[in-house]
Design a protein around this ligand. Structure first.
Ligand SMILES: [Zn+2]
Length: 351
């Protein structure tokens, strides 16, 4: 079975202006890196071009009036949907193609056509709620993909693991009272943006215990991120027994990314992919799809996505980079956070 790279140049047509961090150059760098890596010559890797998602599929998560509003602002030439989310005339179509990319990734994997898939799409999605855009996100690609797996394929347990440096407040909101999606996020302390994702946000009603937030202090670095995965995320995931692993992948935790401050190295991303792939092989037949969220350092994007796709196909591409500075104080604080999350989540899971 093949690893699918889901990509459409339509996603480049969502124009945000030269000053905006979430720009077409991000995907151009990723695709350039993949082309230069030689991965496309491998028989186990296939490029797939997604179609725009139907309005019906957008409605799996979003309210009709909101979809109409985005459409009409784009049709009238574009503008700001909110403080940070800029759209152009082509953005509505591009955003539908982004959702279509996430849908194609999960459809291909669940149907057994792909072993796994990486949707290289923009605009990103994890801050978008049912009736609002936020933080460069228009439609919630990962959430729509999860809803689609539940509705069309009858899945009952899906994990969305969000490793973007920011809390995926939109995704959390959509599944906050829902146990069929376990939302788990490791992110930087949300004291500034988006001000959600604290450890006591654990879900409500039917969804109580199915939201896991690990807010790490600024500068925590690789050891704290890794420990969060190994001592919280994977033990809970093993008990939840997901039928599908969706990964909201942002690369803005990288220490030279100017949007966030988690101090992660370039090396951690392929390692995280390997960890998730091994886990998915054990619990859900390897069914895993990665969906691109943030990540604004062009140098990194050009190298790291190819390295992660390689892992998905059972290959290795080495990255050469300097290691980030180590902040021992932040690491110590992170230990406390990890202990506290484990304490809170042990009400719902054996940890
Ligand atoms: Zn982010």
């Amino acid at each position: 079975m093949v690893t699918a790279i889901i990509y459409s140049p339509k996603c480049l047509e969502h124009k945000t202006g030269n000053q905006h961090p979430e720009r077409p150059q991000r995907l151009m760098a990723i695709m350039d890196g993949i082309e230069k890596s030689g991965l496309l010559n491998n028989n186990n890797i296939r490029m797939v071009r997604p179609k725009p998602a139907s309005i019906e599929n957008l409605k799996l998560v979003h309210e009709s009036e909101y979809i109409e509003r985005v459409k009409s602002i784009c049709e009238s030439g574009g503008g700001l949907l909110d403080e940070e989310t800029q759209v152009s005339r082509e953005s509505f179509e591009a955003a539908r193609v982004a959702v279509g990319g996430a849908l194609e990734a999960v459809r291909g994997v669940i149907s057994g056509e792909f072993a796994n898939a990486f949707a290289i799409i923009r605009p990103p999605g994890h801050h978008a709620g049912p009736a609002r855009s936020e933080g460069f996100c228009i439609f919630n690609n990962a959430a729509i993909a999860a809803k689609y797996l539940i509705r069309e394929w009858g899945l009952k347990r899906i994990i969305i693991l969000d490793i973007d440096a920011h809390h995926g407040n939109g995704t959390q909101e959509i599944f906050y009272e829902d146990s069929s999606v376990l939302y788990t996020s490791i992110h930087e302390e949300p004291i500034e943006f988006p001000r959600t994702g604290f450890i006591w946000e654990v879900g409500e009603g039917e969804g109580r215990g199915y939201t896991i937030n690990i807010p790490l202090p600024y500068g925590s670095g690789d050891p704290s991120f890794w420990k969060s995965l190994k001592t919280i995320v994977l033990p809970i995931a093993a008990q939840y027994k997901p039928q599908f692993m969706l990964v909201s992948v942002g690369f803005d935790g990288y220490y030279r990314d100017y949007i966030a401050d988690l101090s992660l190295s370039a090396y951690i991303y392929p390692r995280i992919f390997q960890l998730i792939l091994d886990f998915a092989r054990g619990v859900c037949n390897g069914r895993m799809a990665a969906i691109l969220e943030g990540g604004y350092n062009i140098w990194l994007l050009k190298r790291v996505v190819a390295a992660c796709v390689a892992k998905m196909a059972g290959l290795t591409i080495k990255i050469k980079d300097k290691s980030p500075p180590i902040n021992l104080l932040a690491q110590k604080e992170a230990e406390k956070v990890i202990r506290n999350v484990r304490r809170i989540q042990s009400r719902y899971w054996s940890l």
